[in-house]
Each structure stands twice: as C-alpha cells, then as structure tokens.
Design a protein around this ligand. Structure first.
Ligand code: FEO
Length: 410
C-alpha cells in the first residue's frame, strides 16, 4: 500500500487504510474503513481533511516525505468529527503557516478540540471560493450531513467534489477507485447511506439541490472508494433514497392547557407538518369524551400530546385518558410530548412516562441523539411560558424531524 496516490493532476490521496474491526456509532465496521485525506500540490499547497486521531502522528510523518509541512498554506476541515479532523493538532503544530479553513460552526469546536486558539482561521460559507494558486476551491455548506458544521469542497478546474462523509463507503479498500474495486461497491455504498445519512434525508435533498448544477467528474469522499465511474448513478442513489415516499399520513395533537401557550406550540407544529402534506387534527381533550379521544388516537399515525402543568401535574382530563394507552395496541405509531410551563413542567414528564408504557415509538432527546447524532432536536418539547423566537425555531426543527420520521421511516 502506498502512502500517496495521485488521483488527479497535482492532487494526491494521502490518507490511511484502517483494516481493523473499527468501532463506529455503536456498530463494528467489519470491513474496516479508510480515512481519505487529500493534498492539492498547487502554489498554495492545501490539505483537504486529515485522518483519524489514532493515526495522527503516522499521517504527519508520512506527509513530510511528499511536502515540507511549513509550505502548506491551507488545511480545509469539511467536518470536525475526529475521524477526519483527528490529525489536525499534530499537523498544525508542524504546518505552522497553514490557515485552517472551515464553516463558522466548526471554528470553536476545532479550537477547543486541538488547542488552536491562536491559529488563524478562514471562515467560509455557501458559495465562497478560495484561489489556491492553480486551482479554485468552492465551498458548499451541508448542515446535518451529518453534523451541523459540515461543508463540502469542489475543485472547479478538476471537476472534483470532496464531500467528506457524504458519498462514502466503509471499506478498507486498497484499490482507491470504484472502477478498480474487486466487486460492486453499491451494497456498501447504500449501507453507508442508510446508516449515516438517511436519518438526515431532508438535508440530503438540500445538498442534492446545491450540487445539481456542478459538473462533477470525480467524487473523492473521506471514507472508502473514490468514485470516478458512474458518478451520476451514486448521486442518484442519494437523491432517490432521500425522497419522502409516504403520503396520507396523519398527525393528531391532543392537548390540555391552562392558558393558550400549549395550544400555540401545537399550532406551530401543525403549520410545519402541513407544509409536508401531513394531515393534522388538533383536539382539546377537555372538550371531547374519552371514547372519542381514544378512537382518534387509534386512527392516527402520529400522536403529539401537549400539556401545561398545575401543582406538578398534567392538566384537566388528559392523564385520565393517556394512562389507558398502555392497554391498547398502538404499535407502529410515533408519539411525542410537548408543553408550556412556568416553573418546573412536571406535567410534561408525567405524560412522557405514560407514553413510555405504551408500545409506540416515543420520541426522546436521548434516543434521537443515539440514533441520529442530532443534539438540537428536543423531545419532550418544553417551552417556558409563551413561545419566543428561539422556542419557535426549536419547535419548527422538531416538527421537520418528526415529519421526516413519519414520511420515510427507515
Ligand atoms: Fe466520518 Fe462523521 O465522520
């Protein structure tokens, strides 16, 4: 295995093949993986992404045999997870003249992770370009693919896309290119998409729109095979698999409140869900019979229960109805809890406890983090008093998340 491989004029793969069983997102990658880093040997030599921290020293030492590290002008970090940024500390300490290029969301993370508080950063955003002396790099932000700070880099002259995690495969391959692979890589490519990207498919669609007018000859991702044959096919796989395929889905809001604040949360969510063509209904539990409420709950695909809190409890007849749900088969339905509160909001937690006793898929912040890595989707949704701008943003983000869950379940 070579430490370097020319993939394009003046562009080298300088990564690391990791052929161990690699622990990853609570799975073991039995085929291993690669950490693809790239060196663009232009007048202003540029590194695009590095390798996993475990190989930081080896990576930096290897680079010395192809370039004087003090000549490196830019280190582009498309994504801060340590399987790509992991060698940044080691590299930056030797590449003393290099400017770190990343999105605004990545700056503080990288400074903290690698003690780079005194390092010069160049913050880039959607559509920004960087002349690296002989090649022009264009940056496209791809938030939530699969973390908030991610971006991708496109080299205009080479028509090469460097999308980091996107379009990757977890295979410790020694062939570099998909057209040299010993077998069809499509199953591994789809497996990777399903595991890492599909939970964020709304953002995959955003990314597809942003790259659709780019002339892409090569996709050089940061794991697995570099794609230079059937490039369009692999983009189409992402496009097709990330489209919402369900229709006629229903969401039922059942709420009970002292003021109108809990209802306001329901109305914000309702408006958002309807943009995704989800049929919605809002029900004040205190204005219908228990039988009517239970019948509606059995007929919905997603149940969102809202309550405010009085003296540490849910309001009105809500608990009386909700506690019966554990005795009904509601398998396959998604459920979530929301509510406005003034002091501690115990009622919201009481309702969550009752839903947790049912066989529905009950949303919780903990499970969302564990299944998607998204840290800014909160369930239950808790809003102190009336929803303010930041609350509305939080509610709308959560609404998009549940819409995706409902419309295209994995
Ligand atoms: Fe390959 Fe999100 O790290």
């Amino acid at each position: 295995m070579e430490n370097f491989k020319m993939i394009n004029e003046k562009t080298y793969w300088v990564g690391k093949v990791d052929d161990r069983d690699v622990p990853f997102h609570r799975l073991t990658l039995t085929k291993g993986t690669t950490y693809n880093s790239y060196l663009l040997m232009t007048e202003k030599p540029t590194i695009i992404d590095t390798v996993d921290m475990a190989f930081a020293r080896e990576y930096t030492e290897n680079l010395k045999s192809i370039i004087n590290l003090e000549d490196i002008k830019y280190i582009i970090i498309n994504h801060t997870e340590p399987d790509h940024s992991g060698a940044l500390g080691s590299l930056a300490s030797k590449a003393k003249n290099a400017v770190v290029v990343c999105t605004k969301f990545a700056v503080e993370e990288l400074k903290e992770m690698y003690k780079l508080h005194t390092r010069e950063f160049l913050v880039v955003g959607d559509g920004d370009s960087l002349d690296i002396g002989g090649k022009t790099l264009k940056f496209i932000e791809t938030p939530y693919l699969h973390t908030e700070e991610t971006m991708i880099t496109y080299c205009e002259e080479d028509k090469t896309l460097f999308p980091c995690d996107i379009f990757s495969t977890h295979v410790a391959n020694y062939e570099y290119f998909n057209d040299e692979a010993k077998e069809d890589i499509t199953p591994d490519f789809i497996g990777y998409y399903t595991l890492i990207m599909h939970p964020h498919r709304r953002y995959v669609q955003d990314m597809i729109k942003k790259i659709k007018d780019l002339d892409i000859k090569i996709i050089a991702p940061s794991h697995g095979f570099i794609l230079r044959e059937d490039v369009k096919k692999f983009i189409n796989i992402y496009d097709d698999m990330s489209k919402n395929t369900q229709s006629n889905k229903k969401a039922l809001f059942v709420y009970s409140g002292m003021t109108s604040n809990t209802k306001k949360i329901a109305l914000i969510m309702k408006e958002s869900l309807e943009k995704d063509n989800i049929v919605t209904e809002i029900m004040d539990i205190n204005k219908v019979s228990k039988e009517e409420a239970l019948k509606s709950i059995e007929g919905t695909d997603m149940l969102l229960v809202g309550t405010s809190t009085k003296y540490g409890d849910a309001i009105g007849s809500l608990e009386d109805t909700i506690k019966e749900l554990k005795d009904i088969n509601l398998q396959g339905k998604i459920a979530g809890v929301f509510g406005s509160y003034g002091w501690s909001g115990e009622g919201i937690e009481v309702v969550q406890d009752h839903l947790n006793e049912t066989n529905m898929n009950v949303l919780s912040t903990s499970n969302i983090i564990k299944s998607t890595g998204m840290t800014d989707i909160e369930f239950p949704i808790r809003v102190r008093f009336s929803p303010k701008t930041e609350d509305i943003n939080k509610i709308e983000k959560a609404s998009k998340f549940v819409a995706d869950l409902l419309l295209n379940s994995i």
